[in-house]
Design a protein around this ligand. Sequence first.
Ligand code: CFM
Length: 474
Amino acid sequence: MPYHLFKCSECIPEREKHAVVKGESDDLSTCLPLGYLNTIPGSISERGCAFCGAKHVIGTPMKDVIHLSHGPVGCTYDTWQTKRYISDDGNFQLKYTFASDMKEKHVVFGAEDQLRNSIKEAFKAFPHIKRMTIYQTCASALIGDDINALAQEIMEEMPEVDIFVCNSPGFAGPSQSGGHHKINIAWINQKVGTIEPEIKSRYVINYVGDYNIQGDVEIMCDYFRRMGIQVLSVFTGNGKYDDLRAMHKAQLNVLECARSAEYICNELRVRYGTPRLDIDGFGHEMVSESLLKIGLFFGLEKEAQAIIDEETARWRPELDWYAKRLKGVKVCLWPGGSKLWHWAHIIEKEMGLDVVSIYSKFGHQGDFEKGIARAKVGTLAIDDPNELEGLEAMEDWKADIIFTGKRPGEVAKKVLVPYLNAHAYHNGPWKGFEGWVRFARDIYNAVYSPIHQLAKIDITKDEYPLDQGFMTQE
Ligand code: CFM
């Protein structure tokens, strides 16, 4: 068994089965860490909760909506300000955050009146917004407030508004992944099929599982539109509430992040017979394959090929410029979920990087299967890592750079390893032909920036290194 027990985790021996090093003859039957289980007590997890997965990952990228948390104000504030799912309507969803502000007395006497007032106050404050999502939190779930009934009551009183309720408290699963599931199912149960859309093309898709991080959705939808395809809805980046109520009318669900949004695609297939087509927007080869797959489905291969040719001619030379300079740079690829397999092989192939470790905070075993299948011998794969394990791995696997989130990223900086924000990006978007070059540029800047070179110098020991050529990298 290629399991790997970190020295720092010897006191938590259960952790052993959550990390593996891929060996010479290992295949997926011998080389798979456990995944999507409850965090082991004693291991300080970096995971988010099921409320966060439902609200902050999937719900709040919807743009024309008041997103209201029914709970203490801290639940809604935490993580909200670090998200970068921009929209083209003035970023209403990023500018404002709403909570019913539950206090101790509400826990004792109930918070439904408080919620009713909050809903009315929010609609009054923003009269041009007629849509709302309400998110249950641990506190309101435990006291059993009936949010659904209250939403119904308000919709009867105010017929011009529509409200969606997401019952996914923080404890509704081992990680944010539980919340992805809950909100997928809640949306199809409550809202899909309640509006009939205008169909403007012979080719109609829903683009599912892209949250428009720094504009990813814009890049991808531009390709689809150039092929002559109508994008009926985007689940949920830059998405409109009412467009998403019409998801049942698309001919095809084009699925980007399978980890967070396969559930709604599977339900749409069962209930409406809409097929699901998985694509990958990261990397020139993967985007090309994806556009061709969609083209094949609709008989639009020529249109897809024209975009691929044009975009490749425009962006490939720039990508190759960076690839030459990134050759052999050792990477720990440590995102939250599906990016571990979206990126693992293609950053090696197209940018020359050397992936030495992959991890996932909340991926399921299927995500590890895909990630490990694409990783080479010697790669360390970790499920639900803790901070000390991350530090040990960086030292033992000699990473030059880490692609991860803010919290582990700041830890990496302290041990002088540069990091890129794999979640919110540095200078994104990173999807599509253009985005992939932006990603390469961000990696290049992180690896070669004089500031990182300077940070590596121990001024208590080294001479001031003006003569070491640290500013002369091409
Ligand atoms: Fe999908 Fe995502 Fe991800 Fe995810 Fe996320 Fe994210 Fe991520 Mo942060 S939906 S699984 S829960 S691709 S927020 S846009 S970057 S951990 S790898």
